[in-house]
Design a protein around this ligand. Sequence first.
Ligand SMILES: [Zn+2]
Length: 558
Amino acid sequence: MRQDQEDPYQRRSARAYAAADRAGSRSVDSSAGVLYDAVLLDRDGTLIEDVPYNGDPEKVRPVPGARAALDRLRAAGLRLAVVTNQSGLARGYFSAEQMWAVHARVEELLGRFDAWLICPHDDADGCACRKPAPGLVHAAARELGTTASRCAMVGDIGRDVAAALAAGAAGVLVPTPVTRPEEIAAAGWVAHDLPAAVDEILRRQQAVQPVTAPGDPVRTALVVRSDSAGDVLVTGPAIRAVAAGAQRVVLLCGPRGRAAADLLPGIDEIIEYPLPWIDSTPGPVDPESVRSLTARLGAVGADQAVVFTSFHQSALPLALLLRMAGIGRIAAISDDYPGSLLDVRHRVPVGVPEPERALSLAAAAGHRLPDGDEPVLRLRRDAVAPRPAELGDPGYVVLHPGSAASSRACPPEVATRIAGALTAAGHRVLVTGGRDECGITARVAAAGGTDLGGRTDLAGLAAIVADASAVVVGNTGPAHLAAATGVPVVSLFAPTVPFGQWGPYRVPTVRLGDAAAPCRDTRAASCPVPGHPCLSGVDPDEVVDALRTLAVTGGGRR
Ligand SMILES: [Zn+2]
């Protein structure tokens, strides 16, 4: 899969240019529940002031606060690597010796880095390491004894963030005056300077660790996540954290999230109920029905409840019912004043990925992921249905044009052109969609691909996704199924909600679409802008290029 392993120039350069002292490159122990092992940093414009094609150590100027910020990362046990494009080597503007003199000066001023990863190529070389390709990020993770998904990459331009995402790492953009507005709009995580980026990395790392000593062991935990399949899937890591600290876990979910709940590990029993203050098409509040829900929740005998919500959903109406049901310890995120409804009132800044937001609530309630359980989305192996044999070998591309919310769906005419372009590029395409999307999937598949519209339930779709080389999909449930099965995503992401919160989590991803479109942050369920411009401008060739960036070729994934 990793092109850089096959590229002799890069392999040589990564070795020759890696820091001489390899004492630091032993394997990192995977500590329980830790989000990051390492932070990767771009050089020019991020660590030091950008002096174009600089071969002179005297011209090295660190950005303000860099040394102290890096020392905070070192003190927290994080490994550090510099990951930098230096096309001046290819162009002959400076020699490798001059570059190393510059790097020695950088280490003099900023302290030692555990690895240096350099791309010596030019754009015209078409290498796998020059950012935005993910090769250097993978190579850095390897040098540091970890994986890209356990790294955060900090940089000042879109290429840095794109390389991070394409490797499955977190990408943090610290804009400078040369950063383009569209790069800032597309980044899921933006910090105003390097120290602020470092502080937020450390804050997020800390936020998933329980602060309180474990209290009485939890016999039965009631966890709650209403809303749709994607919402339930992104809560999976937090539910596993609770399950690690409780003997029994009962999940309350809504009917639209039930099929996803059936796929998640760690749940012993499911109660299904459409909470009218959460559901997007709520029915009336029926007092008798709410009374019987309260009685049923009381009968669970939970000694703790953890109520997961997303931003703008309120946990408080349910917290009142849980109080009435006699549950003694209730934890939830609430910006609104909860009075005596919550025992743990947790707050999370906007922009944190939903899985981490939920993990931080689980931590506030005293739980964390156990040793060896990575903070990634996962599915129960036994719940994923076998893939129909007639679909042939793994290695196809799944194109899923629809979405539960039309504002986040790919326009059918764009999906149709994508299907044609993918087929022309030699990809085998499977077009998937729900029963209500069969008209669209048939039309799209007619341009190239096999129409599977309406032929799968969620478990069946999970099986098909799991054997794909990549999934091309909007911001909707199947993107999270891909993340949960480790399959790369070409994300046709309508910016109605923040990409940093809802983008595919910890899986190689290329984001496409206009991140600055007027629908941005509207949370609209149907597109408020004529012509659905955020996705109607996606060029099918961009999708083909994105697959190449993700190392997915017509013959499958390399
Ligand atoms: Zn390169």
